[in-house]
Write a protein that binds this ligand. Structure first.
Ligand SMILES: [Zn+2]
Length: 246
């Protein structure tokens, strides 16, 4: 069976920050890869820019994805779902309370879009763990929790947020997710020794979001692990491992 891979990326840059080594491995292994960007209507930049117009910034950020894709000879397919990002909705970014009604609607909308987009029988979806409580990441995770069991899912560590907490904190986060899904998770580290890609160069394509501190956190996390870590059920982790060339 041919395996298709989908990465759910809340924003334009999350897949790259969390999964560049994996992405490089998928492409080297000739596995078809689609990155689904959710909240792509945005005026958010981490670095000050002159024109904070929504159309301009959304376009600028899509161009950063295109620059990233050139590092992989344009082998990545991108789907942008054009949902409004957090600052354009309820005005806050971090979630400290249950979902608001409009956020629950977004969870449902996203669940339906994923159902329409992903060939569920022959795919693995990589979803952010939601570490860091960014509301857009939480919405992504919630939509995937609703689909869990209907398709194969693995979870990746949100960066730079995962670099700001201890391993025990990450483990507690995983424990909560396991309880919610009633499953047991293992983890697997895909090592950088498998890769020729320069992750720092790759994530620096997201110029409007990147500064030296964020870059240091993301690359530091990779050094600490000697790679990138995925979490999920052993059978699904193994299925992916078998398909990846080293
Ligand atoms: Zn994000």
């Amino acid at each position: 069976m041919s395996l298709k891979l989908f990465i759910l990326s809340p924003h334009f840059d999350d897949a790259a920050y969390g999964l560049t080594l994996h992405i490089s491995g998928f492409i080297k292994s000739k596995l078809p890869l689609t990155i689904i960007n959710c909240f792509t209507v945005t005026k958010w930049t981490a670095i000050p820019v002159n024109n904070k117009n929504i159309t301009t910034i959304s376009l600028l950020r899509a161009k950063e994805d295109a620059a990233y894709n050139t590092l992989f000879n344009l082998a990545i397919r991108f789907i942008n779902l054009n949902m409004l990002d957090a600052p354009l909705r309820n005005g806050y970014i971090f979630q400290f309370k249950p979902f608001e009604p409009n956020e629950s609607e977004l969870v449902e909308e996203l669940e339906n879009k994923l159902r329409d987009t992903i060939e569920m029988d022959e795919s693995i979806l990589l979803c952010p763990l939601g570490i860091g409580n960014h509301i857009d990441h939480a919405i992504c995770r919630e939509a995937v929790i609703k689909l869990y069991g209907k398709m194969k899912v693995l979870f990746y560590e949100d960066l730079p947020y995962a670099a700001r907490i201890t391993y025990d904190d990450i483990k507690n986060h995983i424990k909560e997710l396991e309880l919610r899904l009633n499953v047991k998770f293992r983890n697997n580290i895909y090592g950088w020794q498998n890769c020729t890609i320069d992750k720092e160069l790759a994530i620096r394509q997201y110029k409007s979001q990147m500064n030296d501190d964020i870059c240091r956190e993301i690359i530091g996390h990779m050094h600490q692990l000697s790679g990138e870590r995925l979490w999920g059920e052993a059978e699904i982790l193994n299925q992916l491992k078998e398909k990846m060339l080293c």
